[in-house]
Design a protein around this ligand. Structure first.
Ligand code: HEM
Length: 396
C-alpha cells in the first residue's frame, strides 16, 4: 500500500465521487423537467371568452387589487399600448407560460388558477377622450356618513386584479405586469388580500373573515343567477355588453373592541351565529333567514343587524360579493391593522349596490366595529378573444 497507490485510490474515489455528483445533477435536471411539465398542467382558468376571468371564478386564495393612474400627458395611445401589453402577458401568464420579457420565467410555470382582471375608473374615460362612453353608474360613490376615507386607498384610472391560489405566482405576475407599463402609468394604491388556503377546508366552503364569521353565504348562485346579476347587456353602452362594474371598499375591522363582545352580542350584531353561520332563526348555514319571526314580540333577527339591513328588499338589490381579508403590519403602539377588501360586481351600481350601501350607512349594528377607509369604482370591460386587446371596444 505505497503512497502512490493510496493517491491513485483517493483519485479514483474522487473521480467516482464527482461522477456521482454529476449523476445526481443529471437526475435533478430530469426531475425538474418532469416537475415543470406537471406544473404546467396545474389548474388554469381560461383567459379568453365573453367575460373577463376572476369575477365569477371561484375566488382564489390570494388576490392583489392595484389601482394605477395614467402618467401626466398620457392619453388614448398610451392606454391602448398598456392594454395590449397586459392582454398579451395576461394570456400567457394565466396559461402557465412566461411573459414576453420575463426575467423569472420559472415563476410562471405553476399558474394555480391565476387570473388577471382589468378595470377602468371614471377618470379613465376622460383621460382617453371617451367621456361619453362611460357606463353611467361608474362614477365616484356618494359620501356616506360612516366613511373615513383616506386618499391613499381611494380612486384610480385603472384597476389591475391578479389572483392565484399560489402567493409566489401572484407576486410574480403582478411584478411582470406592473414593470412592463411603468413608463405609461404609476401605482396609486395596492391592496393585498387572502382567504383560507386551498386544502385547509373542503372545496366550496364559505371563507371566514377575521371577525370570525362565515362571509359570503348569501351570494348569487353560479350559472344563470350570477350571470343575470353581474354581466351588462349593453343596453346602456353597447361596447360594454359582457362587462360589469366593480366597487372596491377597504373596510377596517376594529378587532380590539369586537373582542370585548360576548358571543350572543356578536351573533345579534350579525343576525347569524358565528360558529355555524346559520341565521338566528335557523340551524344550518344555508337556512333562509326569517326576518318576521319574533319571540315575546321582539324580532329574533334584530332589525338593525347586518343581515337584516343588507338583505335585498327588491329583486334588483343584488350583487356578487368577493371579500378578501387583509392583515397588515399594525402602526406602532397598536395591535391590529386588519379588515376586508370588500368587492362587489353588478351590472349597475346605482340600482343594485347603492340602495343597500345607503341602508347600511344609515343604520347597521356592525358599523360600530367597522370603518370604511377606501373606496373606488371601475368599469370592467368585457372579455377578449384571441387577437383582440382588453377594452378594445371602447376605442373603436
Ligand atoms: C352578509 C360581513 C360589509 C352586504 C354578511 C354576512 C357577514 C358579513 C358575516 C353574513 C353571511 C353572508 O351572507 O355572507 C361583513 C363585514 C363587513 C361587511 C365584516 C365589513 C367589514 C358589507 C357591505 C355591504 C354588505 C359594505 C354592502 C354595501 C352584505 C349582504 C349580505 C351580507 C348583501 C347578505 C345579506 C342577506 O341577504 O342575508 N356580511 N359585511 N356587507 N353583507 Fe356584509
Amino acid at each position: 500500500d505505497s503512497p502512490s497507490a493510496r493517491l491513485s485510490l483517493s483519485r479514483r474515489r474522487l473521480l467516482t465521487g464527482s461522477a456521482a455528483v454529476l449523476g445526481a445533477a443529471g437526475i435533478g435536471a430530469a426531475a425538474a423537467t418532469a416537475a415543470t411539465r406537471s406544473e404546467a398542467t396545474a389548474p388554469t382558468v381560461p383567459f379568453f371568452g365573453p367575460h373577463q376571468a376572476g369575477i365569477t371564478t371561484p375566488p382564489q386564495a390570494h388576490a392583489h387589487y392595484i389601482a394605477l393612474d395614467l402618467r401626466p400627458g398620457a392619453g388614448a395611445d398610451e392606454a391602448v399600448a398598456l392594454l395590449k401589453l397586459w392582454t398579451t402577458d395576461g394570456a400567457r401568464l394565466t396559461a402557465g407560460t412566461s411573459a414576453l420579457a420575463d426575467t423569472e420565467p420559472e415563476l410562471a410555470q405553476a399558474p394555480a388558477r391565476l387570473t388577471m382582471t382589468v378595470g377602468f375608473g371614471p377618470t379613465f374615460f376622460d383621460r382617453v377622450g371617451q367621456s361619453g362612453r362611460r357606463p353611467p353608474s361608474v362614477r365616484q360613490l356618494p359620501h356616506f356618513q360612516i366613511d373615513r376615507l383616506e386618499e391613499r386607498w381611494t380612486g384610480g384610472d385603472l384597476l389591475l386584479r391578479v389572483a392565484s391560489d399560489d402567493p409566489v405566482t401572484a407576486a410574480h405576475a403582478v411584478r411582470v405586469l406592473l414593470k412592463n407599463v411603468r413608463t405609461l402609468a404609476t401605482i396609486r394604491w395596492t391592496q393585498r388580500g387572502f382567504r383560507n388556503a386551498v386544502g385547509t377546508h373542503a372545496p366550496g366552503q364559505t371563507m371566514r373573515n377575521l371577525m370570525g364569521n362565515l362571509d359570503g353565504t348569501v351570494n348569487p348562485t353560479p350559472g344563470a343567477d350570477v350571470d343575470g346579476v353581474v354581466w351588462a347587456d349593453g343596453s346602456g353602452q353597447q361596447w360594454f355588453a359582457g362587462g360589469t362594474t366593480m366597487v372596491v371598499r377597504r373596510i377596517a375591522m376594529l378587532l380590539d373592541t369586537w373582542d370585548e363582545l360576548d358571543p350572543d352580542a356578536r351573533d345579534l350584531t350579525m343576525g347569524r351565529r358565528q360558529d355555524s353561520g346559520a341565521p338566528l332563526t335557523g340551524t344550518l348555514e344555508h337556512d333562509v333567514p326569517d326576518f318576521t319571526r319574533t319571540r315575546d314580540g321582539i324580532p329574533i333577527i334584530p332589525a338593525n343587524s347586518h343581515i337584516a339591513r343588507a338583505h335585498a328588499r327588491t329583486p334588483a338589490e343584488r350583487f356578487l360579493r368577493q371579500a378578501y381579508n387583509y392583515d397588515d403590519p399594525p402602526p406602532a403602539g397598536t395591535t391590529t391593522n386588519a379588515g376586508l377588501i370588500f368587492v362587489t360586481y353588478q351590472r349597475d351600481i346605482d340600482t343594485q349596490f347603492l340602495p343597500v350601501q345607503r341602508r347600511l350607512a344609515q343604520a347597521d349594528a356592525l358599523n360600530t366595529w367597522t370603518r370604511p377607509i377606501g373606496s373606488a369604482v371601475f368599469a370592467i370591460p368585457p372579455g377578449v378573444h384571441d387577437g383582440q386587446f382588453l377594452g378594445q371596444g371602447l376605442f373603436e
